[in-house]
Design a binder for this molecule. Structure first.
Ligand code: F6R
Length: 364
C-alpha cells in the first residue's frame, strides 16, 4: 500500500497566500529549490567551466542519455541548440543507444542519483560503442564508474530532488560545448537567464498574492481538472513536456501534453465526445514570440474546435535571450505544479511510486 499524502495538510484556495500554512509540509524543500533556481543556474554554469573535458574532436552528433528529471535538460539542450549547432542532439531515454553512436559521438550521461538503471546501461553502451562521454551526477554508481573509468565528471551537489536540479543537469552541457568550440556567446545567455529567473520568481513565489501571481491563479484553474498542455515544436515543446511531468510528480495528478502543429492532425478531432471527460479538461497553450506565423494562425483556428473544454489559459515565453525564454515557461510550470500540490494537500517532494518501482526492480 503506497501512501500519497502527508496527512493533515488541507489547504483551501485562500491559504495559498499564507505560505506558513503549507511550507512546513514541504518535506523536500521543493519551494525553496524553486526559489533558488537562479543561483543554481549560476553555480551550474561555473561547474561546467571547471569540468574536465572530453577530447576536442570533430563530433558528428551529440546524445544526452537520461530519464525523467535528468532527461529534460537534454530536451532543453536539443531545442536551444537546434538553430546554432551544426550537428544533431538526440535525447535517449532508454537502456540502449541508437546504432549511429560511435567514436564521433559525444554522450552526456545524466543521472542525478547516479543509480538509474536505464542510464547506467546507456553509459556502458556508449563506452562499448567507443563514444566520448561526460557524466553529470550527484554520485551513485554513475559517479563511481566515471571516476574509475576516467570519464569527465560534472559533480553536482547532492540533496535536492532530481527534477528540482534542472540547472545543474543542463547548464554544464552548454559550458562544455562552448569550451569545445561548438557553441559561442553562452555567458551572455546564462547571465540573461539568471537575471530573468530572479525577476520571475518575484511574480511566481509564495509571497506574491493570488491576484498578482499567474502560477497561483493557474493552479486554482487546474484544481479538480485534467490539465492538457500544448506547446510548439522547436520552441515551447520542452516546457509543455516539463509541465506534464511536474504536475505528475509534484501534484501527484494526471496531465497530458502535445505540440503544434502535430496536434492539429489528430488531437483536435478528439474534442467531440464524451462531454463529461472533455468538460474536465483545462487547456494550457504555451507560446513563444519566435513561433512560426502559420502556427499562430493554427492556434487561433484551433481554439474554435475545443469549446467543450472547461477553459483555456495561454502564456507567452518572456525574457531577454532565447535561453531565458525557454526557461521562463518551465519556471511558471514548476511553480504552478507546486501550488497545485498544495491545493491537493500533497507533499510535493516525495515520489513514492517511482521509489517503489525502482526498489521492486532492484530486487529482480
Ligand atoms: C525525481 C524525478 C525523476 C527522476 C528519474 C531518474 O525527482 O524527477 O523523474 O529524475 O526517476 O532518476 P535520476 O534523475 O536520479 O537518474
Amino acid at each position: 500500500m503506497i501512501e500519497y499524502r502527508t496527512g493533515g495538510l488541507v489547504v483551501s484556495e485562500g491559504q495559498l497566500d499564507s505560505p506558513g500554512t503549507y511550507l512546513p509540509f514541504d518535506s523536500m524543500q521543493m519551494f525553496r529549490a524553486a526559489w533558488e533556481l537562479p543561483a543554481q543556474c549560476a553555480a551550474a554554469w561555473r561547474l561546467g567551466q571547471e569540468a574536465a573535458l572530453p577530447p576536442a574532436k570533430r563530433y558528428r552528433n551529440i546524445v544526452v542519455a537520461g530519464l525523467g528529471g535528468s532527461a529534460i535538460g537534454g530536451d532543453l539542450l536539443r531545442v536551444f541548440t537546434a538553430g546554432r549547432l551544426g550537428i544533431p542532439v538526440v535525447v535517449n531515454r532508454d537502456y540502449r543507444l541508437p546504432r549511429f553512436v560511435d567514436d564521433g559521438t559525444l554522450v552526456f550521461v545524466v543521472s542525478y542519483s547516479g543509480n538509474t538503471e536505464e542510464t547506467l546501461s546507456a553509459y556502458e553502451d556508449a563506452r562499448a560503442k567507443g563514444a566520448s562521454l561526460v557524466a553529470l551526477t550527484a554520485g551513485g554508481k554513475l559517479g563511481e564508474r566515471a571516476k574509475a573509468d576516467g570519464v569527465p565528471l560534472v559533480a553536482i551537489p547532492a540533496g535536492i530532488a532530481p527534477r528540482a536540479a534542472t540547472g545543474y543537469l543542463f547548464l554544464p552541457t552548454l559550458a562544455v560545448l562552448e569550451r569545445l568550440s561548438l557553441l559561442e556567446g553562452m555567458a551572455a545567455e546564462v547571465d540573461g537567464l539568471v537575471q530573468h529567473l530572479e525577476a520571475l520568481r518575484g511574480q511566481y513565489g509564495p509571497d506574491t498574492p493570488v491576484e498578482q501571481n499567474p502560477a497561483k491563479k493557474l493552479a486554482k484553474s487546474l484544481y479538480g481538472r485534467l490539465p492538457v498542455i500544448w506547446g510548439v515544436a522547436g520552441t515551447t515543446e520542452v516546457a509543455a513536456q516539463r509541465w506534464k511531468g511536474q504536475i505528475n510528480e509534484n501534484a501527484k495528478a494526471p496531465a497530458y501534453w502535445n505540440v503544434f502543429p502535430e496536434l492539429n492532425h489528430n488531437e483536435i478531432v478528439g474534442f467531440e465526445q464524451p462531454g463529461e471527460v472533455l468538460g474536465s479538461i483545462w487547456l494550457v497553450i504555451l507560446r513563444d514570440p519566435e513561433d512560426h506565423p502559420r502556427v499562430n494562425l493554427r492556434m487561433e483556428i484551433t481554439r474554435s474546435f475545443v469549446g467543450a473544454a472547461a477553459g483555456i489559459s495561454e502564456f507567452t515565453a518572456s525574457g531577454p535571450t532565447r535561453l531565458a525564454r525557454l526557461y521562463s515557461l518551465v519556471y511558471l510550470g514548476d511553480y504552478t505544479s507546486l501550488y497545485l500540490a498544495v491545493l491537493y494537500g500533497t507533499d510535493p517532494g516525495p515520489v513514492r511510486v517511482i521509489d517503489h518501482l525502482k526498489a521492486e526492480l532492484g530486487r529482480m
